[in-house]
Design a protein around this ligand. Structure first.
Ligand code: GDL
Length: 684
């Protein structure tokens, strides 16, 4: 591995403007450079997807006006010690084998070189992987085509400061069959010249976490440490989401294993204060020696996401107080008073309300608590902030226990009714805090930040207000429950528009809530078992049996050790990065496997099928296990079964408890079972 080539270079840290949609303005980019310098970040990758000349019309040279703007931008970056990397994305329509295309690419990059730029990137993300006929003839694979052109361009640029390549398979989820066995990545790793660095987004496009092991693995295939293109704060895929949570779930032990980290943040420029500030804190933190837990408590390193967030919000609060537009003359405290100028005569006849008249509108200044709340309502792609989560939990509880609210009016001293009332009041307070935060935000002197946030804060205020009215109606306050959902709503009664309607019609994806379906902490595969898997299945089963220390013979054991073959599509395995971690095997007709009548006829009429399940304790994610079991259940149902049972040794407390929490199976009360045996099951 040529790690040595990179180890002497500076760690790239900063921002990639790499999202879809409206690119930032030149002024915003310059503001970014100022912030980067202030916070110790050193890189900016120019890659706005919907800038014409970056992607769609990549061959076109810049006009003299455009050139002038880019020259100014590149020199602004230099002034602030930020390395400006110019990226181009020719992958939509380039013919790799045509020398004219290579020449067009070289010509374009030479032009940008003439603007003072010394670092470049070639991006092949989000493109069609099928090559045209001419390219198929010239190259043995897509990877060979990309590598060939990238190496040529790199050499043409003669020793650029930095040169980045974004592969088409830029995350583990895109690699077939896996990172280790991806022929695409192997070709890139072997053939790309060692001076070229490679971008990587982690296990997924938007990675919840990035582990050290995953980076060690991909580095060995790429033969160099990657530069992380981090989409943790990107929001271009959902117009209702914004990410104001801290940079998180990337252990600082990654730093020495990476060539750099560039964050591709929210499309709106101003709200990225948190994303960029917390990344800077992360980059500055020292790497600890102890283990890093992935729940955000980075023990052993001096990076703590909550603390990094607090630092960012404290600095951001100051920016909110800075008036940035001429009409903000009556701003609250923290707003610097501007001197009256000649063009703008001072207002002398300021209105002062008389006795008995309306007082002037005032709003208290924004607080750090408001900003913390804002961040927690718009936290991270796979996680709501603590306050948001507790609001959802409370609403769920209040809705689920609304009978207590009704009771409240008749027997107010009833304990349950009292609890309901108190929790309803607390929920109301939390909603009130959101509305108050909205009011204070709408009054901030810095209108630019406010306008970038406006749609989002309006949306959350309306959502929260609806929930508040709903809870107060449950509690018997007016209006009554049924009137909350009005029969003739205004257009805002149809929230989410057409896209919302499509989503609500979908069976599963449409109802995917972070609250109910928190993301898996690992990447899993569910697949049918093949004969080669037998020994691993047996090993897992034996290991789990020794855990239960009880010798009761189960029919299911014969499904596991291969004496019995599972029915069609009823033999699924669960794997994580380290291998087999669970299985679910089933027989449509359990009777065919019974030596004597082990179970009562009555029970078998209701539950004719048998399932054997085992899950390793290292799997903490209930949802993936639900998916595994549900797949087998639906195969059984398809084959005509009306019910299934599973046998467990009663000492197997762990599995019994785990399955009980999933809610898919319940304990069956069957008389005359052999001692030490517990049955769980479900109707289909
Ligand atoms: C992507 C795109 C990026 C986009 C992001 C989030 C990469 C390398 N490319 O796949 O332009 O902003 O997803 O939608 O991440």
């Amino acid at each position: 591995m040529s790690e040595t080539t990179n180890s002497s270079k500076m760690f790239l840290s900063g921002v990639v403007e790499g999202f879809y949609g409206r690119p930032w303005t030149m002024e915003q980019r310059k503001a970014l450079f100022r912030r980067e310098q202030k916070w110790g970040l050193n890189t900016y990758l120019y890659a706005p997807k919907d800038d014409y000349k970056h992607r769609m019309y990549w061959r076109e040279l810049y006009t003299s006006e455009e050139a002038e703007q880019l020259i100014t931008l590149i020199s602004a970056a230099k002034e602030h010690n930020v390395e400006f990397i110019y990226a181009i994305s020719p992958g939509l329509d380039i013919t790799f084998s045509n020398p004219k295309e290579v020449a067009a690419l070289k010509r374009k990059l030479s032009q940008v070189c003439g603007f003072g730029c010394r670092s470049f990137a070639l991006l092949f993300d989000d493109i069609e992987t099928e090559m045209c006929a001419a390219d198929k003839e010239a190259f043995s694979s897509f990877a060979h085509a990309q590598v060939d052109i990238t190496n040529q361009v790199f050499q043409h640029l003669q020793d650029p400061n930095t040169f980045l390549f974004c592969p088409t398979d830029y995350c583990a989820a895109f690699c077939t069959p896996s990172v280790r066995e991806s022929s695409y990545l192997h070709t890139v790793g072997e053939k790309l010249l060692p001076g070229i660095d490679i971008l990587w987004t982690g296990p997924k496009v938007v990675s919840n976490d990035i582990s050290v092991e995953s980076i060690v693995e991909v580095s060995s295939v790429l033969r160099r440490p990657p530069v992380i293109w981090d989409n943790i704060h990107a929001n271009d895929y959902d117009p209702q989401r914004l990410f104001l949570g801290p940079f998180k779930n990337r252990p600082t032990e990654l730093i020495p294993k990476l060539r750099g980290v560039l964050t591709n943040p929210n499309c709106e420029f101003e709200p990225n204060f948190v994303a960029v500030h917390t990344l800077a804190t992360w980059c500055k933190s020292s790497t600890g020696q102890k283990d890093v837990s992935m729940d955000g408590e980075d023990q052993g390193s001096d990076y703590n996401p909550q603390e990094a967030l607090r630092l960012a919000l404290t600095d951001w609060l100051i920016e909110f107080g800075m008036a940035d537009q001429p009409d903000v003359s009556r701003a609250g405290s923290g707003c610097p008073k501007r001197e009256p100028s000649e063009e703008e005569p001072m207002q002398t006849d300021e209105y002062v309300p008389g006795p008995g008249e309306n007082p002037l509108y005032t709003a208290e200044p924004l607080t750090l608590e408001d900003l913390t709340l804002l961040s927690e309502l718009f936290y991270l792609p796979y996680e709501h902030g603590p306050t948001a989560l507790s609001m959802l939990r409370e609403l769920q509880w209040l809705r689920g226990n609304s009978s207590a609210a009704v009771f409240d009016s008749v027997a107010p001293e009833n304990a349950k009714a009292k609890e309901w009332r108190e929790r309803a009041e607390r929920f109301d307070d939390m909603c009130a805090a959101v509305v108050q935060m909205f009011n204070r935000l709408s009054n901030v002197p810095n209108r630019t930040i406010l306008y970038d946030l406006y749609n989002y804060i309006c949306d959350i205020k309306s959502g929260v207000s609806l929930a508040r009215t709903f809870v107060s109606s449950l509690g018997g306050c007016n209006p009554p429950h049924c009137q909350v959902i009005n029969n003739d709503p205004e257009p805002w009664g149809f929230r989410g528009g057409l896209s919302g309607e499509f989503q609500r019609m979908l069976p599963c994806h449409g109802n995917r809530d972070l609250f109910r379906t928190p993301p898996a902490t690992r990447v899993y595969t569910i697949r049918p078992s093949i004969s080669k898997d037998k020994s691993e299945v047996l090993r897992l089963s034996k290991e789990m049996q020794s855990e239960t220390l009880q010798q009761v013979t189960l029919i299911g054991d014969r499904l596991v050790d291969g004496q019995l073959s599972p029915s069609n599509h009823c033999d699924l395995l669960l794997e994580d990065e380290t291998g087999l971690c669970g299985f679910a095997f089933a027989l449509t007709d359990a009777k065919t496997a019974m030596i004597k009548s082990q179970y009562p006829e009555m029970m078998l009429r209701d539950f004719p099928s048998l399932m054997a399940i085992q899950i390793h304790p290292r799997v903490p994610d209930p949802n993936i296990v639900k998916q595994l079991i549900s797949n087998v259940l639906s195969s059984l149902k398809e084959s005509g079964s009306n019910g299934v049972f599973c046998e467990f040794r009663s000492s197997d407390k762990r599995m019994l408890n785990f399955l009980r929490t999933l809610g898919l199976l319940h304990v069956l009360n069957v008389e005359g079972l052999q001692p030490g045996l517990v049955l769980m099951g479900t109707k289909l």
